[in-house]
Design a protein around this ligand. Structure first.
Ligand code: SF4
Length: 262
C-alpha cells in the first residue's frame, strides 16, 4: 500500500477474513480493517448465500424428502429473487444458474441416507495457544464417519490457495477443539463442479499451525499488502472505484505459495 499504515491487531482469525485476504489483500483491508461496507452487492456473495441456504435447508428435510425434486424447489425458492443485473450479462446470469443448479443436484443427490449431521452451518470458536489467537470458523456440514467425522464445504469457486487455506484451518481447528482430526475434508465447487478431498494426519497439524502463523503475520502488516492481479476477482469486487491504479503483482500470495504448497 502506498501510505504508511499501523499494524493490524489480529485477536481473532476467521475463515471469512482469511478467504477475503487470499482473494485480495486490498479488498480485505477495505472491508475488514477500514470496515467499509459496500452498498453494492456482487453476484458471488449472493450465489454463495443461495448455496448455503439450499444445502442447509436440504439437510433439514426429513430423510425421505431429500431428493432431486426438493433440491430444485429450494433452488427456485432462493433464485427467483436474484436480479440478473448483479451479473456481468444475461448470459453470465444464466450460465451461473445452470451450472450451480446442475452441480448442486449432482452433489446433493450423491448423499447417503444417514443420521442428522453432526454440525450444520455452525459457527465455532477456539483459542489456539500457538497462534495466540482465537480461531473462528463455520462448519457447513460435518457427518459421522467410521473412525471420526467428515467435513464438507460448498463454495461457488475455489482455487488451490483457497483449498489449502480451508484444509489447514480445519486441521488446526479440529485438533484443538475436538482433539481429533476429520477423517476426510471435502470441498465442492459449484461453478466448476469439482470435488477436492483431503485425508489429514497428525503430521499436518504442525504444517497447519505454520501456515496460519504466517497468515497472521501477513495480516498484521498492511504496508506489505499488494493488490490481486486477478481480473476475475476485480470484476466481482465492490471496491473497484477505490482501486484506480492497475493491479500490481501479488508478492504476499506468491510467497505463501512457495512456502506452503505441497
Ligand atoms: S478492485 Fe481488484 S485490486 Fe481492488 S480491492 Fe477489489 S479485487 Fe482488490
Amino acid at each position: 500500500m502506498t501510505s504508511r499504515h499501523p499494524l493490524v491487531s489480529v485477536k481473532t482469525m476467521t475463515d471469512y477474513h482469511l478467504e477475503s485476504f487470499i482473494r485480495c489483500p486490498y479488498k480485505y483491508y477495505y472491508q475488514h480493517v477500514l470496515l467499509l461496507n459496500p452498498i453494492q452487492v456482487k453476484w458471488r456473495q449472493v450465489i454463495q448465500f443461495i448455496i448455503n441456504q439450499v444445502v442447509q435447508n436440504f439437510y433439514q428435510l426429513p430423510l425421505d424428502a431429500q431428493n432431486k425434486f426438493n433440491v430444485l424447489k429450494l433452488i427456485d425458492r432462493y433464485w427467483k429473487n436474484v436480479s440478473p443485473q448483479l451479473f456481468e450479462s444475461k448470459v453470465h446470469y444464466y450460465m451461473v444458474l445452470a451450472k450451480t443448479t446442475d452441480h448442486l443436484l449432482q452433489f446433493l443427490s450423491m448423499k447417503k441416507k444417514q443420521k442428522p449431521p453432526l454440525f450444520l452451518y455452525q459457527k465455532l470458536n477456539t483459542y489456539i495457544e500457538e497462534l495466540e489467537t482465537q480461531l473462528s470458523l463455520t462448519i457447513e456440514l460435518a457427518e459421522w464417519s467410521t473412525y471420526s467425522f467428515t467435513v464438507k464445504k460448498f463454495l461457488v469457486e475455489a482455487d488451490e490457495e483457497m483449498i489449502q487455506l480451508y484444509n489447514h484451518l480445519m486441521v488446526v481447528f479440529s485438533n484443538e477443539a475436538f482433539g481429533k482430526l476429520p477423517e476426510k475434508i471435502e470441498i465442492n465447487t459449484l461453478l466448476e463442479g469439482k470435488k477436492y478431498t483431503f485425508s489429514p494426519t497428525m503430521n499436518n497439524v504442525a504444517q497447519g499451525n505454520m501456515y496460519l502463523k504466517y497468515m497472521k503475520d501477513l495480516l498484521q502488516h498492511p504496508n506489505d499488502y499488494t493488490k490481486t492481479n486477478s481480473l476475475t476477482e476485480c470484476r466481482s469486487c465492490p471496491f473497484t472505484h477505490k482501486c484506480k491504479d492497475s493491479p500490481s503483482s501479488f508478492k504476499g500470495i506468491n510467497r505463501r505459495n512457495e512456502d506452503f504448497l505441497h
